[in-house]
Design a protein around this ligand. Structure first.
Ligand code: HEM
Length: 378
């Protein structure tokens, strides 16, 4: 066969695939860039480190609701602006509250289980159970408030030990936040230099730095087997986190005493005795633990980083907050139930959430056109 004939066959195959892809696109989708066979629109932002900038260009061209095709068949709808987002997520919320189930990396990591990426009746029960369990933090040796206050003191000592020298404080904030979560889940904090703890933070960092939601590996799974694949890095990070969680659960199981509930893991182990086995089981337990570390650490640390930046850029606000806190009649430890008296501090606290995006591109939402048994809880 000549080169010309081979090329001709390749072109014909591409045209057939293209026609096939186009014919499979629902006719009522919003406008968007034209997809090409196999990769869809992936090449449009391949290698882009600031994908939101590419997305904003689409917005300029196509409007507030834009359709992309990722890989051969995966439609993704981008929704821009408060009005359109409100319409989709609030007014039409019951149709847009699912997590995608067909993205390879997500599916391989979560198996549609746990709370952050689950769907369905079991997910609803698990989420409700976890929320109730977390609210129950009168149990155990310390309340959540005490844990946060203890960690804040250790964090302050650590910051003071830098002697006013410039430092990237993001890492230390991540450790402080992850430690509070570790205290809730495992009953005790970890040393900032503990190698297991550092690996946990490193894994969370990897997961958030790469962000699985928009990886090409999700729609072209073979890419996850290439050297240096980002999808593979995420899978490895989750595996490592899961191994650590399983090890800690095993240690808890060996020392479990139903009359001395120490933490979230113990509460979970106790619930195994009477709760629905499909909801409360070891697999769901380690997935919920991994979810809580992932969902809580980077988000809260990023919020703190932005808060500190805001205060640095607005020294007058910083002075007012400091004055309010130091002159407050509250004892040396601020109590949450009395925090409403710190008016300037409270309003400043929400500022970074209005002025920056804390959690971008990570949590994708899956729309369904009808109610079904796979619905997420609202
Ligand atoms: C300022 C800090 C935080 C921000 C900005 C934040 C933001 C978010 C956002 C945007 C979502 C997705 C909501 C959705 O898709 O419906 C979410 C979900 C979630 N967050 Fe947070 N979060 C923060 C702190 C935390 C903390 C400290 C924890 C727990 C330790 C946590 C646990 C979760 C969980 C488990 C989910 C999944 C809930 C579900 O899908 O039903 N988050 N968070």
């Amino acid at each position: 066969m000549t080169v010309f004939e081979l090329l001709l066959i390749a072109v014909v195959l591409l045209v057939i695939m293209y026609t096939f892809v186009m014919s499979r696109l629902p006719k009522n989708l919003p406008p968007g860039p034209t997809p090409i066979p196999v990769v869809g629109n992936l090449l449009d932002f391949h290698g882009s480190r600031q994908m939101y900038k590419d997305f904003l260009k689409y917005r300029e061209k196509y409007g507030n609701v834009v359709r992309l095709v990722l890989g051969p068949f995966q439609n993704v709808i981008l929704v821009f602006g408060h009005k359109a987002i409100h319409k989709a997520l609030i007014e039409q919320g019951k149709y847009f509250k699912f997590r995608p189930t067909k993205l390879y990396v997500n599916e391989k990591v979560f198996h549609s289980k746990g709370i952050a990426f689950g769907n369905g009746e079991i997910h609803q029960k698990l989420r409700r159970f976890t929320l109730l369990t977390l609210k129950d933090f009168g149990v155990g040796k310390k309340s959540l408030e005490e844990r946060i206050q203890d960690e804040a003191c250790i964090l302050a000592d650590e910051l003071e030990s830098y002697g006013g020298q410039p430092r990237d404080i993001r890492k230390i904030l991540q450790r402080a936040v992850a430690n509070i979560i570790a205290g809730i889940i495992y009953g005790s904090r970890l040393d900032y230099g503990d190698p297991d703890f550092l690996r946990l933070i490193q894994n969370i960092d990897t997961i958030f730095a790469i962000q699985s939601g928009n990886l090409p590996e999700n729609v072209l799974p073979f890419l996850a087997y290439l050297p240096n694949s980002k999808g593979r890095k995420i899978l490895n990070a989750y595996d490592d986190m899961s191994r650590y969680a399983k090890r800690r659960i095993k240690e808890h199981r060996e020392t479990f005493d139903p009359n001395n509930i120490r933490d979230f893991v113990d509460l979970y182990l106790k619930a195994e005795e009477h709760e629905d086995e499909e909801v409360v089981n070891e697999e769901n337990m380690f997935r919920v633990i991994v979810d809580l570390f992932n969902a809580g650490t980077d988000t809260t640390a990023t919020t703190l980083v932005w808060s500190i930046l805001y205060l640095m850029n607005n020294p007058d606000v910083q002075d007012k907050c400091q004055k309010e806190i130091t002159e407050s009649p509250l004892v040396s430890r601020i109590q949450y139930k009395r925090i409403h008296s710190l008016k300037v501090t409270l309003s400043t606290r929400s500022q970074p959430l209005f002025s920056t995006s804390i959690l971008s591109l990570l949590i994708l939402i899956f729309g369904k056109c009808q109610k079904s048994s796979t619905q997420r809880d609202s």
